[in-house]
Design a protein around this ligand. Structure first.
Ligand code: ZN
Length: 96
């Protein structure tokens, strides 16, 4: 069931070529985040409350360190699906 190394390398090159054809892509991950505001009289004080949100956080490694920035999904995505934000992400924060 094992394949020769040359065949695996060819397969990897073909997959990388196919992946490169998809256009604008960025490294990193996008997570849905809920936050507590910290106000004593807010509903989010209740441990059963999920928190405010969702907000979206884009995380990418810059110079080996994780960098995180939040972003708002595109207006069209907020209307259609809050679970699949679009990519109006600005560049990650510059490394310190
Ligand atoms: Zn709150």
């Amino acid at each position: 069931m094992t394949k020769p190394l040359g065949e695996l390398e060819s397969q990897r090159a073909a997959l990388l070529h196919e992946l490169a054809q998809t256009g604008d892509m960025r490294r990193g991950s996008i997570n849905e985040v809920y936050r507590r505001c910290g106000k004593d009289n807010c509903a989010c004080v209740d441990p059963a409350h999920p928190g405010h949100g969702p907000f979206y956080a884009y995380t990418v490694k810059v110079a080996g360190k994780p960098r995180r920035c939040s972003f708002a999904p595109a207006r069209c995505c907020r209307k259609s699906s809050a679970r699949s934000p679009s990519t109006n992400i600005s560049a990650p924060p510059a490394s310190a």
